[in-house]
Design a binder for this molecule. Structure first.
Ligand code: SAM
Length: 270
């Protein structure tokens, strides 16, 4: 599998955070699984591919509907995690940009919070198109913009105020590119899909105090974590405190609850 610098950076990151991702994000990203599967019309007998399956949540939700499922991910640690949590399901190593499946082998392809991590998201859509049968459906979720995904907003604002934003990461597509509905529509149509639809899905991040969105992004993610790790110890302490101060107004009964909605984009192969 050929890796450019950004893919290699993402892959290394996911290899190290698989367990923490499950602890910090598992309860959150699963909140949009049913909406995503509804958009894909997944039901018993549908052949379903979960791309960038991570710990396997979407594949598992599709299997609960009676679909025949397989998950694909390029990080071994994520595949191991998925096989541990869902031992009865099939998870295969592979790149979203070069899927290890024949043409027209699935009825539905779902990508839950994967598109924003791909070096070449257009290549991933082209691959989804290739492996879908005519009439098959694609859906993907990405985070809503940071003024709505309050957890991201808090951390990014604190970095801007107390740290440096000029951290050099391997160049990749903007994190919030597909948060813009027009961009998702354009990419889906460009890959040959028709009838694109974009909707916002409500999700809430729940964190036990004293942790805050700072801990979630520092421990459970890749790109924002790398930006945080590049800060000086003093700046990092100020960022952590600023997020804690901000999070206080979202705290209820020892739990921080912040809105973290996602954008759900769907379309059909003609
Ligand atoms: C944010 S996690 C999403 C996991 C899961 N789908 C969910 O909704 O919680 C991103 C996943 O995408 C995988 N990934 C990133 N780029 C990939 C690529 N080019 N090909 C295959 N998997 C990729 C990572 O290994 C990671 O498991």
């Amino acid at each position: 599998m050929e890796q450019d610098e950004f893919s290699a950076f993402e892959r290394r990151g996911w290899e190290t955070v698989a367990q923490a991702y499950h602890s910090y994000f598992g309860e959150l990203t699963t909140q949009s699984n049913e909406a995503l599967l509804d958009a894909l019309e997944v039901r018993a007998g549908v052949q379903f591919l979960d791309v960038a399956s991570g710990p396997g949540y979407l594949a598992a939700a599709a299997a609960r509907r009676g679909a025949d499922v397989v998950g694909v991910d390029f990080a071994d640690a994520m595949l191991q995690q998925a096989r541990r949590i869902f031992p009865d399901l099939a998870f295969r190593p592979g790149s979203a940009e070069d899927l290890p499946f024949p043409d027209m082998s699935f009825d539905a392809v779902g990508i839950s919070f994967g598109m924003l991590h791909f070096a070449h998201p257009e290549a991933a859509l082209a691959e989804a198109f290739r492996v879908l049968r005519p009439g098959g459906r694609i859906s993907f979720t990405v985070w809503a913009p940071p003024d709505q995904t309050i957890g991201f907003g808090m951390v990014l604002k604190a970095i801007e105020k107390h740290g440096r934003t000029d951290v050099q990461l391997p160049p990749g597509p903007p994190f919030f590119r597909f948060s813009d509905s027009h961009e998702s529509e354009r990419a889906l149509l460009g890959a040959g899909f028709v009838a694109p639809r974009i909707e916002e899905v409500r999700q809430i991040l729940h964190i036990r105090v004293p942790e805050t969105p700072f801990d979630v992004l520092m421990c459970g993610g890749v790109r924002v974590a790398a930006i945080l790790r590049a800060q000086s110890p003093e700046a990092l302490a100020s960022i952590q405190k600023a997020v804690a101060d901000d999070a206080a107004s979202y705290t209820n009964n020892g739990e921080v609850q912040v809105p973290m909605p996602c954008m759900l984009a769907s379309a059909r192969k003609p």
